[in-house]
Design a protein around this ligand. Sequence first.
Ligand SMILES: CC(C)(COP(=O)(O)OP(=O)(O)OC[C@H]1O[C@@H](n2cnc3c(N)ncnc32)[C@H](O)[C@@H]1OP(=O)(O)O)[C@@H](O)C(=O)NCCC(=O)NCCS
Length: 161
Amino acid sequence: MGVAVPKFRIYQIEEIDFGWLNECRNLVRGYLHSSSYFTKEQTFNFLLDNKDNYWIVSLNDNRIAYIRSVIDHKSNAIMIGLDIHPTYQGKGYSKQIYRKFMKMMYDKYNIKNYYLRVLKFNIKAINLYLSYGFTVTEQTDIDFLMRYTYKDECHEGLKVE
Ligand SMILES: CC(C)(COP(=O)(O)OP(=O)(O)OC[C@H]1O[C@@H](n2cnc3c(N)ncnc32)[C@H](O)[C@@H]1OP(=O)(O)O)[C@@H](O)C(=O)NCCC(=O)NCCS
C-alpha cells in the first residue's frame, strides 16, 4: 500500500466558517501584524464585509487553515497570508497548501505575482517562504515584504490533489 496523499480542499469562506476562523486567528494572533484579540461578534461583522478575501483550507473535512488574499487583477498580483491552526502545524502542510492555492489562482484568475508581509521575528515562516522561492523585496523595522513569481511549468509533475 502506498502512502496516503493528504486531500486538501480550498474554498471561499462561508458564514458557517466564521466562528472557526475567529478561534484559529486568536490562537495565532501573536504572529500577525495586528495581535489584538477579536470577539466572535467582531470577527463576524468584519468577515461579512470582507469574505471575498478569505479562504478556508480543509483536510478530510476538517478545517485546518485559512488564507487571506487581496487580488489586484490589473497586475495579476495577489497579497496573501496563510495561517494554519496550531493543531495542524509542523506536519509539512504549508507548501502543499501554497502549491494548491497558487495553481487555483493561476487557473481561475491568471494570478502570477505573489506578495506577503512577514514579521521579522517569525523565523519559521521566513524560512518556509525562502525555501519555497520567495525573495525579500523591501523591509521595514518590523517586517519583510516578500515576492514570488508563479511559473506554471515549475508545478508540472508536482502532485496537487
Ligand atoms: C507559518 C506556518 C504557515 C508554517 O506552517 P507549518 O505547518 O508550521 O510548517 P510546515 O510543517 O509546513 O513546515 C514548513 C517549513 O518550516 C520548517 N519548520 C517547521 N517547524 C519548524 C520550527 N519549529 N522551526 C523552524 N522551522 C520549522 C519545516 O522544516 C519546513 O521547511 P522544509 O520544507 O524546508 O523542511 C504556520 O506555522 C502558521 O500558520 N503559523 C502561525 C501564523 C503565521 O505565522 N502565519 C504566517 C504569517 S506571515
